[in-house]
Design a protein around this ligand. Structure first.
Ligand code: HEM
Length: 759
């Protein structure tokens, strides 16, 4: 044998643990159930008992704020600040951290500091944000675990704005760091507006040359359709980049096209036209764009940079590789004459001057005032050197698009109004995915905004254990079936998504628009149950000091329903209950933004929204839903099998209801699912629905969907299903079902410390 050929001893790039090819390369389309185990406690060096909220409480916030502020004015040699102020580059890094947020599934955003990892940290769009974070390292080291990277990154951009003169609304801490890259989020084809790389030179040390790796090269050309022909529902939500190409779609230099893309991508970030313009015009009051060196001279992104780069990427060989030689995006210049001062010069100059297309030293398309007497900006580093102003194609968009132009003219005429609009939009941008205010930490939280999905504080004594037991009896005595009680509780709680901590049972928004009208929630049944629960509530509240909120009563009634369903099968279980939810008002409910929480696929209720025309196998979106509910594979499995026999399908369908005892909690679903006596016959080639046929009699015994059968077809899920079907399995399954049910009911209870930890 050739020396060094032993596959386990390894060569420089292969043979060691994790080398390709491995499971994912052989079977790239398998359902990756292990995605439910992302960012596990084992990856977290802080340990399970670490309490970030307590650590943040202990910070000297004033000192920290001042440390960040002082840092902005203290340039270091290895990466000097432009104009002697790190504010602009910190602000861009912050904005890029928050700007990956998307409202459709709540993923992305600043809350876990994912810019520290691939793929986000190595996107071309994030060029040199690695430097911004490294510059902050001394502050991170000083405060240690009491200040997460995720919080520090957002703090730096916010202190920067304040220091440069923008009045801010406040700042909340509370973003807990992830400790590994997120492997589960679909970002679209990694790149820049879906463009394909011109050429990815082979670099044996860097990994596979054929991979779509953004090495820090400019991505050129490519099919526009990839971006515009959006996959539904994924693509209505999923963006492959932070925002849009500054040179216009596909680098076409057309401001009108750019306007359309800006509107689309910012809407996916949950920003309207005014917020969008406030953010971009506000942000570009500061700093400059960097394009001193052609892109093909710049080294690879952090994820593929040589080890000698110490984790940084985009090595620039020109001169010192920084200061006046800096190359980030490729466009060169600043928008205003005073790039470290909050003023209205961006809009004044945008509207006042005619702009002509020019090219930067790096060859990027940009715009320069036609008028030679237009204001100039001093060089960011060189004394006595001046440059004409610069605008990007995307900036010109605000001048040519009639809607944006109207808003821009208003901002131009009323700087105070613009200031407030930017300040508020910034506040929303950086806190959008932080979740309910019970998760917000620190002394400067700011006001209350509708995008926070606020719920009122508890203003009365809560129900005690005896009252909980009494209320369970009362709801069962209403005559509502336990199937109905379970259904309403599930409808209420299961909107939760851990990505941006929205949804959930608190607030009882299931009784408000839009949720009360969703077909999957069976509006007629919902009304009927809520009417009865209202009566129970009114009766109870009239009796004494303690009150029960509708939000609490819905969850309590669901638990009572499950206890009854378990009793029917001979299992005596108690579903835990923790009171303290309150009822939100319609006035403080943003209907449009809640509509994004409507489930397209809710496998727990065997629901697929047919109108949506899926391009993805529904079981993949079911896995996605399980992940957003933070479920483990056993919890996911037990909950589904339990809800099937509890007759919880949307529209009352029979699919997957493998039991003759509907409404009784049992392991019947699993026993039928794994039975070798049943043949699964697809009803069509698409394999969407199936008949489960008894091999002996030839009779169809059950019907099922992919959302049922995946638990018997996927190797990992099947192992769990077999366990639940076998000896002792029912006991085990019911225990897991009850725990998982309670977990889902508690997912949004950030006000309860134990719940926070357990989740
Ligand atoms: C810089 C594009 C929105 C804040 C830049 C750069 C580009 C760019 C290409 C230059 C990067 C470099 O070479 O250093 C865009 C586009 C946007 C957008 C296309 C959306 C249409 C925003 C927003 C903010 C922001 C919403 C903040 C609220 C900044 C700041 C800089 C900057 C402060 C200067 C960074 C520095 O001086 O190092 N932007 N941006 N941008 N952007 Fe944006």
């Amino acid at each position: 044998a050739t020396q060094g050929a032993c596959p386990f001893r390894g060569t420089r790039i292969g043979g060691a643990q994790g080398s390709e090819p491995s499971l994912d390369h052989w079977w790239p389309n398998r359902l990756k159930v292990e995605l439910l185990n992302q960012d596990p406690p084992q990856a977290n060096p802080l340990g399970r008992d670490f309490d970030y909220a307590a650590a943040v409480e202990g910070l000297d916030h004033a000192a920290l704020w001042e440390d960040v502020r002082a840092f902005l004015h203290q340039p270091v040699d290895w990466w000097p600040s432009d104009y002697g102020h790190y504010g602009p580059q910190m602000n861009r890094m912050s904005w890029h951290s928050a700007g990956t947020y998307r409202i459709a599934d709540g993923r992305g955003g600043s809350a876990e500091g994912l810019q520290r990892f691939a793929p986000i940290g190595s996107w071309w769009d994030n060029g040199n944000t690695d430097k911004s974070r490294r510059l902050l390292l001394p502050i991170k080291l000083k405060y240690g675990a009491a200040l997460s990277w995720a919080d520090l990154m957002m703090l730096a951009g916010t202190v920067a704005l304040e220091d440069m003169g923008l009045p801010i609304q406040g700042f909340a801490y509370g973003r807990e760091d992830a400790w590994e890259a997120d492997r589960g989020t679909y970002w679209g084809p990694e790149g820049w507006m879906g463009k394909a790389p011109t050429e990815v030179p082979a670099d044996p040390k860097a990994g596979r040359p054929d991979q779509m790796v953004n090495r820090g090269l400019r991505w050129q050309g490519g099919p526009k359709d990839e971006y515009y022909d959006l996959e539904n529902p994924l693509a209505a939500s999923h963006q492959s980049l932070i925002y849009v190409d500054p040179e216009g779609p596909g680098g076409n230099g057309d401001p009108m096209d750019a306007a359309r893309d800006i509107r689309e991508t910012f809407a996916r970030m949950a920003m309207n036209d005014e917020e969008t313009l406030a953010l971009v015009a506000g942000g570009h009051a500061f700093g400059k764009s960097h394009g001193a060196v052609p892109a093909d001279r710049i080294g690879g992104a952090p994820e593929i940079a040589p080890m000698s780069q110490a984790g940084l990427g985009w090595h620039n060989p020109e001169g010192t590789g920084n200061a006046e030689n800096t190359m980030t995006n490729g466009i060169e210049g600043s928008w205003t004459p005073h790039p470290t001062r909050w003023d209205n010069d961006y809009l004044i100059n945008l509207f006042k001057y005619e702009w002509e297309q020019t090219r930067s030293p790096a060859g990027a398309l940009q715009w320069t005032p036609v008028d030679p007497d237009a204001p100039k900006t001093r060089d960011a580093h060189l004394d006595g050197v001046e440059h004409p102003l610069m605008m990007m194609t995307t900036d010109l968009a605000f001048k040519v698009d009639p809607e944006y132009r109207k808003i821009g003219e208003r901002f131009l005429a009323d700087f105070d109004y613009f200031t407030e609009a930017f300040s508020k939009a910034w506040h929303k941008l950086i806190h959008r995915d932080l979740g309910p205010t019970s998760r917000w930490l620190g002394p400067k939280l700011g006001g209350t905004f509708i995008w926070q999905d606020p719920v009122p504080d508890v203003d009365h004594p809560l129900i005690d254990d005896a009252q909980i037991a009494d209320l369970k009896v009362r709801v069962l005595e209403t005559g509502l079936s336990h199937v109905d009680l379970i259904a309403v509780a599930w409808a209420s709680a299961s909107t939760y998504r851990d990505s941006d901590k929205r949804g959930g049972a608190n607030g009882a928004r299931v009784r408000l628009a839009p949720q009360k009208g969703w077909a999957v929630n069976d509006p007629a049944r919902l009304d009927r149950v809520l009417d009865e629960l209202d009566k129970v509530k009114a009766g109870f509240d009239a009796e004494g000091e303690a009150k029960v909120s509708t939000a609490d009563l819905i969850v309590l009634a669901g638990g009572a329903g499950i206890e009854a369903a378990a009793r029917a099968g001979g299992h005596d279980v108690t579903v835990p209950f923790v009171p303290g939810r309150t009822d939100a008002s319609a006035e403080w409910t943003d209907v449009e933004s809640f509509e994004w929480l409507r489930p397209v696929v809710d496998g727990f209720r065997n629901h697929v929204d047919a109108a949506v025309g899926l391009h993805v196998a529904p079981e993949r979106l079911f896995l996605d839903k399980a992940a957003l509910l933070k479920l483990t594979a056993p919890e996911w499995t037990a909950l589904t099998g339990g809800l099937r026999v509890l007759d919880q399908n949307a529209g009352g369908s029979n699919h997957g209801v493998f039991t003759a005892r509907r409404g009784t909690l049992s392991n019947d679903f699993f026993r039928e699912l794994v039975s070798p006596d049943l043949e699964w016959r697809p009803q069509s080639e698409a394999e969407e629905a199936f008949d489960l046929v008894d091999r002996a009699s030839g009779q169809t015994k059950w019907q099922a969907t992919r959302l049922d059968l995946v638990f018997g077809a996927n190797a990992e899920l099947r192992q769990i299903a077999e366990l639940y079907a076998g000896a002792g399995g029912e006991e085990m399954m019911i225990r897991t079902f009850v725990a998982a049910w309670h977990k889902v009911m508690m997912l949004d209870r950030f006000d309860v410390a134990d719940a926070r930890k357990a989740a």
